[in-house]
Design a protein around this ligand. Sequence first.
Ligand SMILES: [Zn+2]
Length: 366
Amino acid sequence: MPPLISATSCWDILSLVFNVMEKKIYILLLLITLGCTTSRAPDKQYDWLAYKQSNPHEYFETRPILGNKLSDRFVELTEDDIADLRLMASGEMSKHLKSNVISVSASNEKFSWFKNEIDSIPSEIQELLLKRVHGWSLVENLGASGTILGLRNDYHYYEKGIVLIDISIFRKTYEERCTYRESTAYQLKENENVSCNYEGSNISFAKTIFYHEAGHLFDNLNPMSTKKMAASNHQLFPFNRRSWVEHDHEKFKTKSKFDDLIPNRNELKYYSADFTTKIPSNKLDENLSGWEKSNFFTLYSMTNPIEDWAESFTHYLISKYHNGKYVVRYKDSLGKTKKYESCTKADCTTKFRLIETYIKNIDLFI
Ligand SMILES: [Zn+2]
């Protein structure tokens, strides 16, 4: 049964009482505090999953068949889709997602730009992505560059999905967005800068986020799945055991094989507006030098196994079909710049080969 008053309004009442009575009613305060603690709003993420489990047939999705071309597969999101996204925003995993996300229609001025971007994805990549991407849609106020909505088949599996792109990345280059993302993780001093780019490719961020989100969709049925791995023994899975050791369920963190080399990897928090959670910039050289010696292809792939898979999948496509070479540059406050390059050693070739093997045999898993 839901609480009669929500946790938020409960704390409002509490602070009101505190202000009016000026600390004279400690016992009453204690009682209200206990009431607030025990009547906290239910965890919506939990309720959402429980609802899905108890009403599975409502989630065996049948969506209209869209055009053959990837660019013709624009999806108008339903009210249920948006409701799902808003509920995901309350979950621990997706708390960075804003709950005021809205759908953007095809009449939006930015629509044709995104459609052209998708149309200009190399045909080999389009053909590959169509194996997992049912369609794509545009949203606003997502609080992230993109996300996915999984569509289940009659066997309960997430067979395909919809890639959602936030229009805030409209016309951004990969370098612009990647550089912005790194600036949210580090407490940079004036004139300091961490930039990252796929040199030689001049690729838009819209394309890379499309690949990245599609990569998450490929992960859902992947026998080397990082989804499964987040909750189990990484050594059982060929892709993960190259980089990850074990998952700490209490801290919701996964230990990587490179944590001694990259001492602040576990504290990396992207898109944080809170200065106290940012890593001081004097740790940057050590972190970036450690990253260069690791087998993580990009900086973002260091965050957890799920992002490692999506980033590695993206890196594979950009390296192979766009000739992009991922590099990071750190310019310190004195203007001195140091360059760091993405891994090409044997360990990384193996990760590359695992992705390629899976992609080439994807039809076996559909
Ligand atoms: Zn991701």
